[in-house]
Ligand binder design. Structure first.
Ligand SMILES: Nc1nc2c(ncn2[C@@H]2O[C@H](COP(=O)(O)OP(=O)(O)OP(=O)(O)O)[C@@H](O)[C@H]2O)c(=O)[nH]1
Ligand SMILES: [Mg+2]
Ligand SMILES: [Zn+2]
Length: 289
């Protein structure tokens, strides 16, 4: 009899699958996947019988690093003190979410020892996006209930640079996880992370994954004129510029520029939009080289 389930983890050629009836199975993948060079991913919805995965259902989205599919929320963890965030990287991850129908949730961890000027600035730069920004502290349990409320019914990946406190927050949310955490000082070589195998944990009515970082997909397939629509605060202006193909830089009667001048769009985020736009144009120039 064929059953359906979701892959929680894969080690070697074995996959742990949580079936719709709530049982967990250890399964192998059919040879046909290898022949077709398809690798079942954590988060995949699969059909299986006996001890083999027979089919992978269509993916809503998929990523290479971490290898995961069908994410519905990306929990972007930042530190309100150190380490400082790379906001360009954050913006790129937010664009990635927009492109893949993933809801981003920003978490400002270490709130109990926040640098006020710095954390206020981050909040100010992103408040016009409308994204949730949760003030949190794994140490003091601040914001934990709010994070938990986002998990139900979702596949949530915790992403963010090393040492922002992803694993610490997850341990606070679900102490049984007992994930490894560490200070910056413990990590000798930069590429090394305390978090290794991607695994989905079933908790609080949803699933979460701790990740050692989240790499970006290539954005070369995007038209420069599509970029602004991936910024919620700019999206409001779409269709209101004089030119349909407006890139919102030097064009006259540009609604985005108007919102910018009225403080409805953050100057800093807009500046990074400009840099990204240049990057995109540059990439497209080289596409036909
Ligand atoms: N002050 C403060 N420190 C925290 C908080 N949460 C975590 N830390 C510390 O920050 C350091 C990094 O925490 P981790 O949970 O290992 O960070 P991570 O994001 O999982 O790091 P990687 O696994 O390397 O990606 C540790 O020393 C934690 O004790 C917090 O809320 N406040
Ligand atoms: Mg970690
Ligand atoms: Zn415009």
């Amino acid at each position: 009899m064929m059953k359906q389930g979701i892959i929680l983890k894969g080690i070697g050629s074995f996959y742990t699958v949580l079936s719709n009836d709530g049982e967990q199975y250890t399964l192998k993948a059919r040879g046909k996947f290898r022949n077709k060079r398809i690798k079942p991913l954590v988060g995949d919805n699969v059909l299986f019988s006996d001890d083999t995965i027979d089919d992978i259902l269509e993916r809503k989205n998929s990523f290479v690093r971490p290898a995961v599919a069908n994410i519905t929320k990306l929990m972007l963890v930042l530190s309100a003190s150190v380490p400082r965030a790379d906001l360009m990287l954050l913006d790129k991850l937010l664009l990635q979410c927009e492109k893949n129908c993933i809801e981003p949730v920003m978490i400002l961890n270490k709130w109990e020892c926040r640098d006020e000027e710095y954390s206020d600035d981050i909040i100010a730069q992103y408040e016009q996006t409308g994204y949730s920004i949760i003030k949190a502290s794994a140490y003091e349990g601040i914001g934990v209930d709010e994070i938990i409320s986002h998990i139900k019914g979702n596949i949530c990946c915790f992403a963010g640079q090393s040492a922002v406190g992803k694993s610490s927050l997850l341990n606070k949310i679900a102490p049984l996880l007992n994930l490894e955490t560490g200070g910056l000082s413990k990590k000798t070589d930069r590429g090394k992370h305390t978090t290794r195998h991607g695994e989905l944990f079933v908790l609080h009515g949803g699933m979460v994954m701790d990740t050692p970082g989240f790499s970006l997909l290539d954005t070369a397939d995007m038209e420069p004129c599509e970029l602004a629509a991936l910024y919620p605060e700019m999206r409001k202006a779409m269709g209101e510029c004089r030119f349909a193909e407006c890139l919102h830089i030097h064009e006259p009667d540009c609604k985005v520029k108007e919102l910018l001048s009225r403080g409805k769009i953050s100057q800093e985020r807009y500046k990074r939009y400009n840099l990204l736009l240049d990057e995109l144009k540059e990439k497209r120039r080289h596409m036909y080289d």
